[in-house]
Write a protein that binds this ligand. Structure first.
Ligand SMILES: [Mg+2]
Length: 237
């Protein structure tokens, strides 16, 4: 099976005991492939991986789906990456969004997307119109993150493209997340877990989806619960 998991609030969250159990499980089972799917940029993930306690994934989907990297070689996965790059308008995005009231540009290095913080004072509607005029999508998450991505590019879609490259079937995947930028993975129909302490809107949007478990257990604990609840993965704890 392949575990495709968000990091903050998901794989990195939960009790010390749950994290230790999950990380050891992922490390010891050769039949579990690990993919990180995060809003962070690659540099930030590589810094996290300096901690030997964290299992190393085979692939890292960063920038909310805008980049996908094979960790061992640090090479972008093609043709997925070039297709995304071809959709990205470039510096024009940041230039045009400068006129939008209440957007605070995030300093972190970004590729093929633009990230901002937003709050109640932000003119979201104008930001959305600017994004649309550039053939881009606007993704709001966790009540404070606003990302502009090439149209149709998101965590779920890039994961689906990666599976195509790996020739791995959809049903062997478990996805995990806690905020609205993870919604695209659940929407794609992957079996998945919304972990405890999730963004309320994600709970509302995934309620009643037959492929989705909403767990009360935070972070790693929610992923462990899902591995138990979906016997088809053959992981028995
Ligand atoms: Mg998260």
């Amino acid at each position: 099976m392949l575990l495709a998991t968000d990091l903050d609030g998901t794989f990195l969250a939960g009790s010390a005991a749950d994290k230790a159990q999950l990380y050891e499980l992922v490390r010891s089972r050769e039949d579990i492939q690990l993919v990180f799917v995060t809003g962070r940029g690659i540099r930030s993930v590589l810094t996290l991986l300096e901690d030997p306690a964290l299992p190393r994934p085979e692939y890292i989907i960063c920038d909310v789906g805008a980049t996908v990297t094979h960790l061992a070689s640090l090479v972008a996965v093609e043709p997925v990456q070039s297709a995304i790059a071809g959709l990205w308008p470039g510096d024009e995005v940041r230039e045009k969004l400068k006129s939008v009231k209440g957007l605070l540009h995030q300093e972190a290095q970004q590729q093929y997307r633009c990230s901002y913080y937003y709050d109640d004072a932000t003119d979201i509607e104008t930001a959305r119109q600017v994004a649309e005029s550039l053939q881009c999508d606007l993704v709001l998450s966790a009540g404070k993150y606003l990302d502009v991505l090439p149209k149709g590019v998101n965590k779920g879609n890039t994961l689906q493209q990666l599976l195509g490259v790996l020739s791995l079937p959809h049903h062997q995947v478990l996805v995990a997340g806690d905020s609205m930028n993870d919604y695209s993975m659940f929407e794609m129909g992957f079996k998945g877990v919304v972990v405890g302490d999730a963004e309320p809107e994600l709970l509302v949007r995934t309620a009643g989806m037959p492929n989705v478990l909403q767990s009360d257990c935070i972070g790693a604990g929610g992923i462990l619960e899902a591995l138990n609840r979906f016997p088809e993965f053959g992981i028995y704890l």
